[in-house]
Design a binder for this molecule. Structure first.
Ligand code: PBG
Length: 331
């Protein structure tokens, strides 16, 4: 009789038997420190307008964004990322509202920084909230113009940094925009403004609820495949990230997050850069919808989805779940 036929030599279950032991051997941890809270802002005052496809998410007016900043501080969330809703009548082919120092993004930045000066504030840089066709860049004869768009983005970035944003996050996927934005910021003396590049951003179906949230859903003509990445590609993500780092990005991002964990891991391993992932609107909506139907445990699925993104290599996560997850973790 051989001993190792009756008893497994190694019992991995031994370490899993008790909660104290599981805690000691946990390789990844999730904390409010890991979150950047994604918030949609809209002009007005006292406004908290539900976004139907994103249960629990509201469009907030600048004063309410300031309230959210106070909540974030109390919960231990280090930073907010703002995205603007814009009505159809304010959108133009030249996206001129993007360059208005009194647009809702700039007003929200000032309100947030007045309320909570030491919170981190991140700003999406792209033209889709401001164009009448819902694309991230300027369009001529059906083509999204790269270099003309980059000029506008650089000016938009300077305006937003002046309004109080600490992190400029270009989400447009034009070539060369990180370098142009860095040069424009430096030329204006904004040398400490960070750039988080949406470096590997995919042409994804998971952005659907967001486009509704910012008022772009019914306007968007066609898709964004001439500038956002093909979900089939992974080597190409490394080229995108390498370029953005060379152009001066302080940190890089992969987006979406959950379906692209392999990309997060490759980027982290290849560059050892501060690496972020954006758990996008569709990822949020799927978990919420299934939970509302009683098909999954919403809180557990939320925390598992976030933990998995961290395990894949993300240092931080941009997520609409930030306050809910922070409350669950602080409990
Ligand atoms: C736009 C932008 C998008 C998101 C962030 N910035 C949508 C898009 O590219 O169409 C998506 C966010 C989300 O789905 O939560 N430049």
């Amino acid at each position: 009789m051989f001993l190792n036929q009756r008893f497994p030599q190694t019992r991995l279950r031994r370490l899993r038997m008790d909660a104290w032991s599981r805690r000691l051997v946990a390789e990844t941890r999730l904390a409010p420190d890991d979150f950047i809270w994604a918030i949609v802002v809209k002009a007005g005052s006292g406004l908290r307008e539900p976004v139907p496809a994103m249960p629990g998410v509201m469009r907030l007016s600048p004063d309410q964004a300031a309230e959210a900043a106070r909540e974030a501080r109390a919960l231990g969330i280090p930073a907010l990322a703002l995205f603007p809703y814009t009505g159809r009548d304010e959108r133009t082919p030249d996206a001129r509202l993007a360059l208005d120092p009194d647009n809702v993004m700039c007003r929200s930045a000032r309100a947030v920084k007045d309320a909570v000066p030491d919170i981190g504030l991140m700003c999406d840089v792209a033209l889709d909230p401001y164009t009448d066709h819902g694309h991230d860049g300027l369009m001529r004869d059906g083509e999204i113009l790269n270099d003309e768009t980059v000029d506008v983005l650089a000016r938009q970035a300077v305006l937003q940094a002046r309004a109080g944003f600490d992190i400029i996050a270009p989400s447009d996927m034009m070539d060369g925009r990180v370098g142009a934005i860095r040069a424009a910021l430096d030329a204006e003396g904004l040398k400490n403004t960070q750039i988080m590049a949406y470096a590997a951003k995919y042409a994804s179906a998971f952005y659907g609820p967001y486009r509704e949230a910012i008022g772009a859903a019914s306007l968007l003509k066609g898709d964004k495949r001439t500038y956002q990445m093909d979900p089939a590609n992974s080597d190409e993500a490394l080229r995108e990230v390498a370029l953005d780092i060379a152009e001066g990005a302080d940190s890089v991002m992969v987006k979406p997050a959950g379906p692209y964990l392999d990309i997060i891991r490759r980027v982290k391993d290849a560059f050892a850069m501060p690496t972020f992932a954006f758990q996008v609107s569709g990822e949020y909506a799927m978990i919420k919808a299934a939970a509302q139907n009683g098909w999954i445990d919403g809180e557990r699925a939320m925390l598992e989805s976030l933990l998995a993104i961290r395990r894949a290599g993300a240092d931080g996560i941009i997520t609409y779940f930030a306050p809910e997850a922070a409350r669950a973790l602080n409990a």
